[in-house]
Structures are given as C-alpha cells and as structure tokens.
Design a protein around this ligand. Structure first.
Ligand SMILES: Nc1ncnc2c1ncn2[C@@H]1O[C@H](COP(=O)(O)OP(=O)(O)OP(=O)(O)O)[C@@H](O)[C@H]1O
Ligand SMILES: [Mg+2]
Length: 510
C-alpha cells in the first residue's frame, strides 16, 4: 500500500483500470464457462441415460456373444455394449459377486475393446444406483461420465466419453482468454494515453510552479510575471482550479514582494539620506573643535580633554556614517565605476598604508610578476583590502606576521590576507560578514570597531561578481577574495591605484 501511494497518478489510474477490467473479464469468463459446462453436462447425462436404457435392455435379454469379444472371456458376457444406437466411445461393464466380469468400450469402428486393469479398478469406485459421475480413466479414453444400474443380482456400469465436452470448454476458455487479453492490452494502452492527455495541463501547472521556484525572490526588485497559461486555469476543470489557485497565489506573492521591496527601498533611501545629511554637521563639529583647540587660548585641562574627545568621537562617527552610506548605496545597487584596476599596485598601496599605521607588526607582500587587472571601482576595491589589513592590524597583538598576497589563474584574481594572530572569535566566525557583527572586545588590542568593515568587504566584492571566504584558527586567519579577471578589453588603459586616495604605490615592501 505504502509503495502504491508513491506511484504517479498516471500509473495508479492505468493500473486501476487494467485491474478492474481483468477482474471483470475473469468473472464473465468464469460464469460463461460454468454455465456452458452445466448445459453440456446435462446433454451428456441425457445421452448417458439413453445409453444405459439401451444397454440394460440388451443385458436383460440374457447372455450372448459378441463377434469381437475375446473368446476366453469367462463367464460369457452379454453383448450389451454394442447394441444398435450406441455411440462410439460408449463404455460398459458387468459386475457380479464383487468382481468385474466384463468391461469394454466401442471404438470408432464399432468394435468392442477391453479395458485395462487400472481402468477397471477405477470403474469399481462408481456408486450403485446413484446419479451420473465423472471419472478419469486415463490413457486414450480420458474422462468419462458413468452411471451404475442394478441388473439381476449384479450391476451394470455404462459410460459415455467427456472428450467432446472438454474440447468445447477448452475452446471456449481459449477464446475468452484471448479476447480478454486483447481487450486488456487495448484498454491499458488507451487509458495510458487518455490519462496522459488529461494530466498534461497538470505538468504545465507544475512547470509554472517550478519556474517560480527558480526565481530569486529573496532580494531586489522582483517581477513575478510567471503565470499558469489561461487554458490551464479554467475553473471548470479540476486541473484548471489548481492552475487558477496558483495564479491567484502568485498574484498575492507578487503584491507582497512589491510591498516588501517598496518598504526596503524606503528604509535604504532613509539610511542613505540620513548618512548623507549627517556628514555636514559632523564636519562642522570637527571643524569647530579643532578651531577652539588651535585658538591658542589657555583652556582648563579638562576642557582640553573634552575637546579632544569631541574631535576623536566626531572622526569615529564620520567613519561610521561613511560606512553606512556606502552600504546603503551598495544595497541600492548603484552603479559602481567600471574601470580596469591593476590589483598589484592596489594591494601594495594598501599594505604600505597598513605598515605605516602599525610598524610594530611584521608586514609581508607577495605579488605576481605580471599585472593582474580586473574591472571595477578602484576606490572601493582599495577599501576592501584596507579593511582586511586594518582588521589584521587592529585585532591582533604587536609582532603579528601579516601577509598580503595576490595571485591569478586564467579567469580569476585572488587576494589573500593571512595573519598568525589569535584568530577570529569563534562566536562570530559564522557571521563576520554581516553588519554590526563584532568579536569579543576583550580579545582585541584596540576596541571601538563598529562591525561594518567586513560587511563592506562582502558588499563590494559581491557587487564585483566576486566571492569572499574566511578561514580562521588560533595562529592562522586567512581572508580570501576572488574577482573575475578583466581579459575582455585589453585596449582600456590601466588605473594603477585609486586616484583619489592620495596613496603612492611603493615599489617594494621590505
Ligand atoms: N584578522 C582578524 N583576527 C582576529 N579577529 C578578526 C580579524 N578580522 C576580523 N576579526 C573579527 O571579526 C569582527 C568583525 O570585523 P569587522 O571588520 O567587520 O568589524 P570591526 O573590525 O570590529 O569594526 P570596523 O571594521 O567596522 O571598524 C571583528 O570585531 C573581529 O572580532
Ligand atoms: Mg574591521
């Protein structure tokens, strides 16, 4: 049952139709054979009764000798079997004193033939005075219908062959089986075709559903235009109702997705507007604080301290606002610049910045001999490498060895930043690329990060159709960025390093 419930509807319907038809064929065939048999048997019994009457008449007339009898048959037996009117195959036996005195049958030529001992023994089982019985005599005689009647102080058994009846029934069974088999095959094929045709719309409905399942619905503007074709969405048919329901559902989902997208857009616009608006007041705060500090007037010590804090916090906040603005713009899918960028110079510039910022770390650079050019936004790409190197600087103790490596194969460029620091906090390793995810502050040399650095790395690399990956264990942390190489248009000139970062690419690292 369990196995059947996993069959396709198509298979189940076809199997059900064929099984039912087969059952019907068996019942009809069985009933026909049984009724024909009883009719034929009635006829044979009538023949048997007539033969018995003829024979017993002859037997009553006293002993006589048949010309073809075995001469030594003792005692002499009446020629009761071959009386006129008896059909070929008629069988007769005389039993007296518990023994068979004579037993024989008429052959096709009308000659009397004796029975074998085994056939005689079979005759002895026939009950006296009873209704006709069927027995099997074996050999060339086969089945017989026999009847025992009392004659004098003995008994007489007369039988007629059932061969004709068996042949007719055999013929009937063969014809019925043949027809049934043909009908079953036809019905099986026809029902398969019909079911297939009837279920074809269901396949199209399923195809629509699977088309929808392949659409990226989780983000971005979603145009849910896929619908079940009108022909398969006719509510007057069962499959049509499924199609129509799916279309209604798709309509709902489409509306919900548009609403979600609209509200997401609103939030993004809000964040990017807010960040943008905050830049100016922050610049003013920094400016005024600096102005006051430089005014030359003698300020109380705690006022100087407070001014320093105001300035440093304003700087920090500016960085956060810039990060938020960048993330909001990446989310909005704003077009990035599409320039050729030479990664070797970019990585080496970022590394030299990092080295300048933390001379107490051990910085290394591994660059390939050839240029590695990708298409994209140099400034943003520089920022990703700077963020990774900044992390390797901020989240590791002094003396940590940090390696920035660049290599490329035929299609992709790969940037790896490796450090032998304490590794990423295991509590955040699975989500470091998400926003505002920071590790345990006590593990860090300098606290104060916002947890946006790696989110920006992931966002920028994603916008460049690249991938980010991280592997971390105490003593070895590796960030890997891959980017598709720009091989398509070598005619475009190469931007060596971001023009507006103010960095000069150093020729070599120590
Ligand atoms: N090289 C590293 N070694 C150890 N921990 C790291 C390393 N790089 C990142 N981390 C961990 O991953 C966290 C997330 O990094 P991310 O750059 O996103 O944020 P942040 O550095 O804390 O703040 P931000 O970069 O925004 O100033 C960090 O807080 C730190 O715990
Ligand atoms: Mg960081």
């Amino acid at each position: 049952m369990k196995r059947m419930s996993r069959w396709t509807l198509r298979k189940r319907l076809v199997v059900a139709v064929v099984t039912l038809l087969a059952l019907a064929a068996v019942v009809i065939g069985f009933a026909s054979v049984v009724s024909v048999r009883s009719v034929l048997l009635g006829r044979v019994d009538a023949q048997l009764t007539a033969a018995t009457t003829r024979s017993s008449g002859a037997a009553d007339e006293g002993p006589g000798y048949g010309g073809s009898f075995p001469r030594n048959a003792q005692p002499p037996v009446p020629e009761f079997v071959g009386v006129p009117g008896q059909a070929a195959g008629t069988l007769g036996a005389i039993i007296s004193g518990g023994a068979v005195r004579y037993a024989g049958y008429l052959d096709e030529a009308g000659e009397l033939r004796p029975l074998t001992t085994r056939q005689v023994a079979a005759l002895l089982s026939v009950s006296l005075g009873g209704a006709p019985e069927s027995i099997d005599l074996g050999g060339q005689l086969g089945s017989y219908r026999v009847m025992a009647a009392k004659v004098g102080d003995g008994a007489m058994i007369v039988g007629v062959p059932l061969a004709d009846l068996e042949f007719t029934l055999g013929q009937l069974i063969a014809v019925i089986s043949g027809i049934a088999l043909g009908v079953l095959l036809l019905a099986g094929g026809a029902s398969y075709l019909i079911v297939r045709l009837a279920l074809r719309p269901l396949d199209r409905v399923a195809q629509t559903a699977s088309d929808v399942s392949e659409l990226p619905l989780d983000r971005g503007e979603v145009a849910l235009a896929v619908r079940v074709p009108d022909d398969d969405a006719d509510p007057n048919t069962e499959v049509g109702r499924v199609g129509a329901s799916i279309n209604r559902m798709l309509g709902h989902i489409g509306a919900a997705l548009s609403a979600r997208q609209a509200s997401e857009n609103k939030v993004r616009t809000f964040v990017s507007d807010a960040s943008h608006e905050l830049r100016t007041p922050l610049a003013s705060i920094r400016g005024y604080a600096e102005l006051t500090r430089r005014s030359g007037e003698e300020l109380p010590e705690d006022a100087t301290y407070a001014l320093g804090r105001i300035e440093s916090e304003a700087v920090r906040m500016t960085a956060i606002v810039e990060d938020l603005l960048l993330l909001a713009r990446l989310d909005e899918g704003r077009e990035l610049a599409q320039d050729p960028v030479e990664l070797g110079a970019l990585v080496s510039a970022a590394a030299s910045d990092a080295r300048a910022a933390a001379p107490d770390h051990d910085w290394h650079l591994e660059l390939p001999a050839d240029q590695v050019v990708v298409t994209g936004d140099a400034q943003r790409l520089f920022q990703t490498v700077a963020n990774l190197l900044g992390n390797a600087r901020v989240h590791t103790p002094a003396g940590t060895r940090v390696t920035a490596a660049l290599d490329a194969n035929d299609t992709t460029a790969r940037i790896r930043v490796t450090d032998d620091g304490p590794g990423i906090d295991p509590a955040v390793i699975g989500s470091v690329f998400e926003r505002f995810v920071r590790g345990d502050v006590s593990r860090q040399r300098a606290s104060g990060g916002t947890g946006l650095g790696l989110a920006i790395v992931a966002g920028v690399i994603d916008a460049h159709a690249g991938t980010v990956a991280v592997e971390s264990a105490p003593g070895r942390t590796v960030f890997t960025l891959t980017l598709p190489l720009a091989r398509a248009n070598p005619a475009i000139g190469v931007t060596a390093a971001p023009a507006d970062t103010g960095h000069t690419a150093p020729s070599a690292m120590p």
